[in-house]
Structure formats: structure tokens, C-alpha cells
Design a protein around this ligand. Structure first.
Ligand code: AMP
Length: 283
């Protein structure tokens, strides 16, 4: 595996690779502290493209909470070992100056419409502006054929699909399923920050989503959401930001279940000091 820290070196290498024949490049952007969920994206990229590039960059501009940024886990040596073992071809580990040589003020100006105002956008002001900024820059640098994203970040997938459409980028977006711990907790880099008690409480987020999926055909939606909200709120370690069932393609609110309407359940909650998100496609 090649490891590059600068844009110039990475691009020189990718040009050489390209000159060796028409190779499709699969790209997996990450913020490091890698887990099996990330590695499942590397696997998908390896299967669906000829050459796999993974970036590790903790993007400061997508953190609305400076404390969250400060506490974001960093374990670069372990990450590189995991990527090597996963047979990733290139690890790109730039510093902030490489990504933002002219500073961080220039933003990508895209009107996201409703998806840019609801759920994560409402709870983390400026977050998606930072995500758009960093992913646009990374796509310009790597120029991949395929971009691999995790469904775990459901709204982020929608935002990045908009980016690709809006800028008419010649890249295919591939969305990969959420990998979970055996008890159902969605894998996340942030899980390492949970204490033993918080870790036990955190599983309730996926339990709530599963209960919604199980009962949505029989129980009125408002009743079901109140029940699950109450189940989560009964735990003193959990503070729910949202627990919703929305239209799966627009994130618009829905108030009744209809089999023909795509529905997704999403949750965001603080478990102790750690903010976690999860989702489940219902129909
Ligand atoms: P992050 O390092 O959190 O920015 O995530 C990098 C990529 O990995 C994003 O596309 C995430 O959606 C994806 N990802 C994070 N957690 C999981 C998971 N549990 N299963 C599958 N993909 C994931």
C-alpha cells in the first residue's frame, strides 16, 4: 500500500496508474479511527473498481461543536495497518494545509433545499457545508470513478448525491449497508468514547429503530414514535435529539404508514457525552 501526505505526490501516482491502462478508481473518504464498517466500504471498492484509494482526514470545517472535534479519536498507525490488511491500494493522509491551501472560507454553494435544513442540518448548523466543502475538494484531488459511502450517514449520502448531480461530477455514488455490532449498535468511530454503561445504553437506539420497523404496519405512527421516544428517554444516559419516520427520498415528514411510500426511520441522540446517529430503511 502506498501512503501519500501531499496532493502533488498522490496525483503523480494516480496519473502513473492511469497510464498503465484504463483503471477505475474507487474512493472511500473517512475521518479515520477505522472500524469494520469502514473496511466494508474498502471491500466494496475493491470489488467494484480496479484501484482503491482511502483518505483519512478529520475535517475541521464539518464540526459545529469544537469539543467534538477536539475529542474525535485519532489512531493513524492502527488505521494504516487496517488498510494494509484490507488490501487498500492507497492511503491519503493529508494535513489541513493540503486540503485547504487557501484557507477554509470558500464554501461550495449548493442549495440543498429541505434536506439542507432538516434533521442533522438543523441540529448541527454548518455541518453539511463542511462536508460538501471537504468531499468536493477530495473528489477534485482524487477524481475517482466511484465514491463509496455508508448508509449509516443517511442524510450525508443524500447531500453528496446532490453535490455530484449539481456539479455534474463524473463519479458514481455507491451506498453500502450499515455494519453493526452483534447486539445491533451501528459501528461508529465515536463508540470508543462510550463508557461501559453508555455502551449498554447505546444499543437502545437500534432497538428503537427495529421496534418501529416491526410494528409500523399495525400501530399508528405517532403512537409508535411516542412509545419508542419514551423508551429512550427513560434511560438517564440518553438524550434524544430526534427520532422520526420520514419520506426516504425527501426527508419530508409523514404521519401515516403507506406501503407504497418509501419510509426511513432516523435517530440522533447523545449517550452520555457522545452524539450518535442511526437509521433504518423501513419500506
Ligand atoms: P467517517 O469516518 O465517520 O466520516 O465515515 C466514513 C465513511 O464510512 C462514511 O461514508 C460513513 O457513512 C461510513 N461508515 C461509518 N460507519 C459505518 C458503518 N457502521 N457501516 C458502514 N459504513 C459506515
Amino acid at each position: 500500500m502506498k501512503i501519500f501526505q501531499t496532493v502533488v505526490e498522490l496525483q503523480k501516482h494516480l496519473l502513473e496508474i492511469n497510464q498503465l491502462g484504463q483503471r477505475t478508481i474507487g474512493f472511500v473518504p473517512t475521518m479515520g479511527a477505522l472500524h469494520q464498517g469502514h473496511l466494508s466500504l474498502i471491500d466494496a471498492a475493491r470489488k467494484e473498481s480496479d484501484y482503491t484509494v482511502c483518505s483519512i482526514f478529520v475535517n475541521p470545517t464539518q464540526f459545529n461543536d469544537p469539543e467534538d472535534f477536539k475529542r474525535y479519536p485519532i489512531q493513524i498507525d492502527r488505521d494504516l495497518e487496517m488498510l494494509l490488511e484490507a488490501k487498500c491500494d492507497v492511503a491519503f493522509v493529508p494535513n489541513v494545509e493540503e486540503i485547504y491551501p487557501h484557507g477554509t472560507l470558500a464554501k461550495v454553494d449548493i442549495d440543498l433545499g429541505f434536506i439542507g435544513t432538516t434533521l442533522e442540518a438543523a441540529h448541527r448548523p454548518g455541518h453539511f457545508e463542511g462536508v460538501l466543502q471537504v468531499v468536493k475538494r477530495l473528489l477534485d484531488i482524487v477524481q475517482p470513478d466511484k465514491l463509496f459511502l455508508g448508509q449509516k450517514d443517511y442524510q450525508q449520502c443524500m447531500v453528496l448525491q446532490r453535490l455530484v448531480q449539481h456539479c455534474q461530477l463524473p463519479v458514481e455514488v455507491v451506498i453500502c449497508p450499515t455494519l453493526r455490532e452483534p447486539d445491533g449498535l451501528a459501528m461508529s468511530s465515536r463508540n470508543v468514547r462510550l463508557s461501559a454503561e453508555e455502551r449498554s445504553a447505546a444499543v437502545k437506539l437500534s432497538k428503537a429503530l427495529n421496534a418501529i420497523r416491526e410494528h409500523i404496519q399495525q400501530t399508528p405512527l405517532d403512537e409508535l414514535l411516542s412509545e419508542q421516544q419514551a423508551m429512550l428517554s427513560a434511560d438517564p444516559l440518553i438524550s434524544v435529539e430526534y427520532l422520526v419516520v420520514v419520506h426516504g427520498e425527501t426527508l419530508e415528514p409523514v404521519d401515516t404508514y403507506k406501503q407504497t411510500v418509501p419510509l426511513t426511520a432516523l435517530v440522533a441522540a447523545k449517550v452520555g457525552p457522545v452524539r450518535l446517529i442511526d437509521n433504518l430503511i423501513l419500506t
